[in-house]
Write a protein that binds this ligand. Structure first.
Ligand code: ATP
Ligand code: MG
Length: 360
């Protein structure tokens, strides 16, 4: 009996704003990729969980939302957040519960300058900026612990408690060391603020140096987050793999994306390395209400995230082909305005689809 091509079941959550535009573009490109390879296909299921949903019905996800997601091989996420809903409501309504419930404790964010694009840093060549930022994705400053008392008075007090546990620090460190080890330079920079924050950050330092001897081929160093921002701008070439806390890496990766050309190109993978739950892939940018629905959002970050998803579900060759197609298109100058081009979302998407037919 003939067995058909492998089917990867993907849950799509376009969310808000340009999340909708770029998810549509990513699905189009993924379908073209599957068609061109002929060896696998995708079965997409779209969930309309969004701020519109929240404003109309009072919830982002239905009560069984998380268990629905568990049935898929991977999750593709657009963006969440809308001006009519406070950001802490939308983040805690959708993306943060998914990351936590599905044990996606690592967030991987590669940063490179793609062909045909350039860094805003003067004289920064493509080979000068190639980072892999590993973000702790389960606790730290985004643990959600704390509270507010004496609300609406001049004595209001709010606490925002950061939580750092040995278990979570050890697992993110092992992931980061292995990631550093897999790259040619084998160089890992750990970022903290352990001079001013004397408990959790000191524990990060301690565990980092406990674990380092298990990876003798990896060169290590530690940096304070403030100094790190300066170094990223002034000496990008001096770093390779970077590991940082939830908050610090959130900020550093926006900076990294801007330094690599645009926030519109940067991808991210929320991984459960145990593979017991589906991992989730999303561009790092948000819903960008200012350009939502105009058809001008840069879809490159969405395509790169899609490529990372394709790699995670085991289609490595197809993932490489997708990135090759994206870079062939940017190299020809087919780019959106944020990268200095004049194409719209659709123009870039169609160019990538055509390129895939040619190269796969
Ligand atoms: P979040 O809180 O979800 O991180 P944010 O408020 O930080 O979102 P983004 O939505 O990431 O902000 O966007 C910041 C600005 O960057 C937008 O206003 C938009 O102009 C630009 N931008 C973001 N993504 C893209 C994209 N894909 N293409 C073009 N411009 C973009
Ligand atoms: Mg942001």
């Amino acid at each position: 009996r003939e067995i058909g091509p492998k089917i990867h079941r993907i849950a799509c959550i376009p969310g808000d704003g340009i999340g909708v535009d770029i998810t549509e573009a990513a699905i189009q490109v993924l379908k073209a990729l599957a068609k061109a390879t002929g060896t696998f296909s995708f079965d997409f299921t779209t969930f309309d969980w969004s701020s519109t949903n929240y404003l109309e019905r009072g919830w982002y996800m239905p009560p069984d939302g998380l268990s629905q997601l568990k049935k898929f091989d991977a999750i593709y996420f657009g963006a969440v957040g809308w001006p009519d809903v406070p950001d802490h409501i939308s983040l805690w309504g959708l993306i943060l519960p998914i990351r936590k419930a599905l044990n996606q404790y690592v967030n991987v964010r590669p940063t490179r300058i793609l062909q045909g694009t350039k860094s805003p840093l003067e004289g920064c060549k493509r080979e000068d900026l190639d980072w892999l930022i590993i973000r702790e994705n389960s606790e730290g400053e985004y643990s959600g612990q704390g509270g507010t008392s004496h609300e609406d008075s001049e004595h209001t007090v709010a606490t925002e408690v950061s939580i750092f546990t040995r278990v979570a620090i050890e697992r993110i460190m092992h992931f980061a060391f292995k990631a550093a080890q897999s790259r040619p330079r084998k160089h890992l920079t750990m970022v903290t603020k352990s001079n001013a924050q004397r408990h959790g950050m000191v524990l990060w330092d301690k565990i980092f140096y406990e674990i380092a001897p298990s990876y003798p081929d990896v060169k290590t160093e530690k940096m304070l987050v403030d100094a790190m921002t300066v170094r990223m701008v002034l000496n990008p070439k001096s770093m390779d793999t970077i590991v940082a806390t939830n908050l610090h890496a959130d900020i550093l990766t926006d900076l990294a994306a801007a330094l690599s050309g645009s926030i519109g190109i940067a991808p991210s993978s929320n991984l459960d390395p145990t593979r017991k739950n589906p991992s989730m892939f999303e561009p790092i940018h948000g819903s960008a209400p200012d350009i939502a629905g105009k058809g001008i959002a840069n879809p490159v970050g969405a395509f790169w995230s899609a490529a990372e998803m394709v790699r995670w579900v085991g289609e490595e060759k197809a993932a490489d082909a997708l990135m090759k197609a994206v870079e062939a298109v940017t190299a020809r100058g087919v780019k959106t305005k944020d990268l200095g081009g004049s194409e719209d979302t659709n123009g870039v998407t169609e160019a990538v689809c055509r390129e895939l037919e040619a190269i796969v």
